[in-house]
Design a protein around this ligand. Structure first.
Ligand SMILES: Nc1ncnc2c1ncn2[C@@H]1O[C@H](COP(=O)(O)OP(=O)(O)OP(=O)(O)O)[C@@H](O)[C@H]1O
Ligand SMILES: [Mg+2]
Length: 289
């Protein structure tokens, strides 16, 4: 029988606002999910703002604890992980967040940012080995080491920062990557590039990815399956093709209706260029006043 990589069992998260329990906010309700160790997959969790997506990410990373229910990583409750098991979990479960700036210390260079995890998790045998690992990870996300190493975060573009985050995660060879709106702050041309490196990470290293987004167009291109959250409730789940082509729940239908359909089968990154081109045509054809 194949083992479970991750098992989320009836997890509910209630945020207390102030001391009065009447001000409590249920951010996630009875959420369950099982991911198998030997079946790497890409799962999208989609939903509008405030539906509980980041709450789920925070729970999985152990930054917050469930109010009820439990999260098991390789069969062990993440709350009670200690010693080597805890270190393994912290290396094997990585995250990429929406705002790539938020996780950078502005006073440290990119080298430092990438060296810290190498040292922390003893990933390299020597300085040269460490440098090779950095180069390999940067190349994998389409960055040239000589362009970014030695620089400070503010000397990089948003897209470069986000790709460095992906490279950092990649270097750690995680089993599970939680990507919370990883491309919503970068422009469309880079979006394709970053999503492609996530897909490669899945394909080449068997990383399971939980891709959190409100954008079903990218979900369609990236994911195998999808879970739709609405105000903390799972309203629909299934493989991405059937959910998007044939949504059952009214809220999913609403999300699907906001997809620019003619572009769904187009390759990533072409959409914005096309629409820019058609705008230009529009302006070119408009009568001059
Ligand atoms: N620390 C907190 N204390 C109280 N309420 C919170 C806290 N964090 C989130 N919430 C509330 O919980 C709900 C879910 O928030 P969450 O951040 O998980 O949503 P989200 O789906 O990630 O939204 P977005 O798409 O805007 O990022 C929201 O109503 C939010 O206001
Ligand atoms: Mg969020």
């Amino acid at each position: 029988m194949s083992k479970n990589l991750l098992e989320i069992k009836n997890v509910t998260k209630v945020y207390q606002r102030g001391l009065l329990s009447s001000h409590a906010k249920v951010a996630l309700k009875e959420f369950s999910l099982t991911l198998k160790e030997d079946e790497p997959t890409i799962l999208t969790v989609a939903g509008e703002s405030g539906s509980g997506k980041t709450t789920l990410a925070m729970l999985l990373l152990g930054f917050i604890t469930p109010t009820t229910g439990e999260i098991l990583y390789k069969g062990q409750n993440i709350v009670s992980l200690r010693g080597p098991d805890r270190i393994a979990y912290r290396r094997e479960v990585q995250a990429v967040f929406q705002d790539p700036f938020a996780v950078f210390n502005p006073f440290y260079t990119v080298d430092h940012l990438l060296t810290v995890p190498i040292k922390q998790f003893k990933l390299a045998k020597s300085g040269r080995d460490a440098r090779n690992k950095m180069d390999e990870a940067l190349n994998a996300v389409g960055l040239r080491p000589e362009d970014v190493l030695g620089r400070f975060p503010h000397q990089l573009s948003g897209g470069q920062r986000q790709r460095i985050n992906v490279a950092r995660a990649l270097m750690l060879k995680p089993r599970l990557l939680i990507a919370d709106e990883p491309v919503s702050m970068v422009d469309a041309s880079l979006r394709a590039n970053i999503l492609e490196s996530l897909r490669n990470m899945h394909r080449d290293h068997g990383v399971t990815i939980i891709y959190i987004t409100h954008d079903l167009t990218t979900a369609y291109h990236v994911a195998d399956s999808i879970t739709v959250l609405y105000r903390g409730d799972v309203v629909e789940k299934g493989d991405v093709e059937s959910v998007i082509r044939n949504p059952q729940h009214a809220y999913t239908r609403l999300l699907v209706d906001s997809i620019p359909w003619p572009n769904l089968d187009q390759k990533w990154g072409q959409h914005s260029i096309r629409s820019q081109a058609s705008q230009d045509e529009f302006h070119a054809g408009a009568p001059t006043p």
